[in-house]
Design a protein around this ligand. Structure first.
Ligand code: RB5
Length: 144
């Protein structure tokens, strides 16, 4: 599985830790930046990652800003993206099983790195359930 990771300045420190954690585990992960704590707009990296997931250059994406909110709003503007803002293990698992989320977002100003790593692991490892009701609901997640 090819995984993209990106952040803005507020998510940079946590992004670096999650990136190293996933590299150490042997995950095929690509860093989309940002590369420092210099202020930048979360929108730009969110769109780069989201478009590559949409275009199947990447299978999944992880986006980190201060709260995870800006990243999730921006990512969900891209066709085919189902970005989930997650700060707990239960949601990490169920948003894969029920929503087939393809982008995970969280807040660098909210989570410690141990919880962020655990959330990332369960999100990457959990498969979509494929149950009829969830397939139907996911198919309805389209633009109006
Ligand atoms: C940056 O200060 C902050 O607004 C951004 O990282 C994010 O939390 C927005 O949703």
């Amino acid at each position: 599985m090819k995984v993209a990771i990106g952040s803005d300045h507020a998510g940079f420190e946590l992004k670096e830790k999650v990136l190293k954690h996933l590299q150490d585990k042997g995950v095929d992960i690509t860093d989309y930046g940002t590369k420092s704590e210099t202020s930048c707009d979360y929108n730009d990296v969110a769109l780069q990652v989201s478009k590559d997931v949409r275009d199947k250059v990447m299978d999944r994406g992880i986006l980190i800003c201060g709260t995870g909110v800006g990243m999730s709003i921006q990512a969900n503007k891209v066709e085919g993206i189902r970005a989930a803002l997650v700060h707990d293990m239960f949601t990490a698992r169920d948003t894969r099983r029920h929503n087939d989320s393809n982008i995970l977002t969280f807040g660098g100003r909210i989570l410690g790195f141990e919880l962020a790593n655990a959330i990332t692991d369960i999100w990457l490892e959990t498969e979509f359930s494929g149950e009829d009701r969830h397939v139907r609901r996911v198919s309805k997640l389209t633009k109006e």
